[in-house]
Design a protein around this ligand. Structure first.
Ligand SMILES: NC(=O)c1ccc[n+]([C@@H]2O[C@H](COP(=O)([O-])OP(=O)(O)OC[C@H]3O[C@@H](n4cnc5c(N)ncnc54)[C@H](OP(=O)(O)O)[C@@H]3O)[C@@H](O)[C@H]2O)c1
Length: 291
């Protein structure tokens, strides 16, 4: 078990405020489940049995019945994770995900209803949260603010309440468009004119980054339902102001972020381009610096 010394400590749950050096890695079921962890404390080495059970790899997906959330759930299940799908309407969820997959559980979770209810939904059996929510167009001009800002803040607070220390947010390119000199970019104007959607998302991002939680913020370009056409291009925050990407690829980046510590505490912007070279997720995430 000599090899376990360096790697298995990553499986131990950490508090939301621990340093980035001690974090949690996720592996699909097919990978090693029983590990003997060696922990070092005040120069003493103590051995403890650390069993990584399937329950330890349950991922909570907020917005699971959305076009991207659905793909996130499907890809997580395909990779051997268990999924707790946070949804507003359980009947709709049963239609979205037909069949009785024992690794898929539905829980009611409206992100506008506060962090206490959300903490009950996420609970301490979830290892990470992937947030794929987005307001649904309505007459309520405050809907983006309620869902994309306060709703996400509620999710982060809920994570802190139940000790979940990994948060992956699907946000958007151009959230910081004003600072990028993109005030007159039609996409920036269009997405803000009804309810300041991008501003709401940026506020939520700021909250996540200050919260101490281990985050990966994914900012995709325009979302497409069709299958991937090009390879993923990943750039640092506030660099991309145009481009699009298949929702399949966005879901893939969110799931791969769980598997790659190179994604920790990072904001990544993604689009797809046919002329771009194919790069591994390790390469993609490693190419972005932490700020
Ligand atoms: N469209 C684009 O081109 C684009 C580009 C960049 C980024 N994005 C962002 O990417 C994310 C995913 O987009 P998408 O188009 O795949 O999303 P979508 O299909 O519109 O799905 C949105 C999801 O959010 C859920 N939701 C809405 N209000 C909620 C609430 N109060 N509590 C809990 N869940 C709630 C919806 O639940 P129900 O199913 O119950 O309605 C749905 O599951 C969004 O944040 C979006 O803003 C979009």
């Amino acid at each position: 078990m000599a090899m376990a010394t360096a790697t298995s400590t990553h499986f131990l749950r950490t508090s939301p405020f621990q340093s980035s050096l001690s974090t949690t890695l996720f592996f699909p079921k097919s990978h090693s489940l029983h590990l003997k962890a060696t922990s070092m404390e005040r120069s003493e080495i103590t051995e403890e049995e650390q069993v990584v059970t399937p329950e330890k790899k349950k991922i909570f997906v907020a917005g699971a019945t959305g076009s991207t959330g659905k793909r996130v759930v499907e890809q997580l299940l395909a990779k051997g994770f268990s999924v707790k799908a946070g949804v507003r309407d359980i009947d709709k969820a049963k239609t979205t995900f037909p069949g009785n997959n024992p690794n898929l559980q539905f829980v009611k979770a409206d992100v506008t209803e506060g962090s206490t209810k959300l903490a009950d939904a996420i609970s301490d059996d979830s290892e990470a949260v992937i947030c794929a929510t987005g307001f649904r167009p309505s007459w309520d001009l405050f809907a983006p603010w309620k869902v994309d800002n306060f709703g996400t803040v509620n999710l982060v607070d809920a994570c802190r309440k139940c000790g979940v220390n990994r948060f992956i947010l699907i946000s958007s390119i151009l959230v910081n468009g004003a600072a990028m000199g993109q005030l007159l970019n039609p996409a920036y104007i269009f997405l803000n004119v009804f309810g300041l959607t991008l501003v709401a998302k940026l506020q939520a991002e700021h909250y996540i980054r200050k919260s101490g939680i281990n985050y990966t913020i994914i900012r995709p370009g325009g979302l497409r339902n069709d299958p991937p056409k090009g390879n993923i291009v990943m750039e640092p925050e506030d660099t991309l102001y145009e481009g699009s990407i298949s929702r399949d690829q966005v879901a893939e980046v969110a799931v791969e972020a769980l598997l790659h510590p190179e994604s920790y505490y990072k904001v990544v912007e993604i689009v797809a381009r046919t002329e771009a070279p194919k790069r591994s997720f390790e390469e993609l995430f490693s190419s972005i610096k932490q700020r």
